[in-house]
Design a protein around this ligand. Sequence first.
Ligand code: ADP
Ligand code: MG
Length: 248
Amino acid sequence: MMTMTAEATVRATGPEAVGLDSVTRTYGAVRALDGITWTFPRGGFTAVMGPSGSGKSTFLHCASGLDRPSAGTVRIGGVDIGRLNEAKRTRLRRERIGFVFQAFNLIPSMDVERNITLPLHLGGAEADPAWLEEVVRRVGLADRLRHRPSELSGGQQQRAALARALITRPEVVFADEPTGALDPRTARDVLRMLREAADLTGQTIVLVTHDPMAAAWADSVVFLSRGRIVDELAAPTVSAVMSRWETL
Ligand code: ADP
Ligand code: MG
């Protein structure tokens, strides 16, 4: 059995973690993505913002290999994922990508520890005890490992989902409105943990959100409108994000 090690891999913001070239995704006559070219640097925390229906979720699904673009290229860690068959794409997702969704998506019948280690078990691997302890400590759930999701608050459930995303030491974490169902204080906890994943272990974070407070945690904000990237804002503040947002 393969074992994940706890060896820390700290990377500086650097070359491309995820790259899109002229990515288009259509649903019938709807162009949900209309020719997106973008590079997400390694170890960077990028927020993707846009109004409802601007293509944020479609963007995240295509960039993470959950969905295939209608045209264009997506690279993850230098691999053109369009050239991989379904099985290889699934494996790449499982080993190199973490996901966090608005709706948590925990398995109700499993306790917190089992939920967190699920991606490892699906890949036939065991959790390295030291790394599991570190991840559980970071998300503050050490005393909740034997609880079921229904016994946790929304914030705790999302922190369990974040631990599940981090347990495989993914190169990239994609989060789709992860704070959409949380109150401001628990939202801040989750955002701080995403920030730590970039700062402490060099993970690349792509956060889809329509909340300027959430976007301000990122290194850079990319604005989507009608399936296109229309602007980027570096070193965002809440007020700068809000003023840019109003012109979308
Ligand atoms: P956002 O996440 O920014 O709200 P989406 O990516 O969900 O936007 O949607 C972008 C556009 O694509 C919308 O017009 C939406 O109606 C359309 N769309 C998204 N998913 C589907 C689908 N599975 N079938 C048909 N249209 C879709
Ligand atoms: Mg969406």
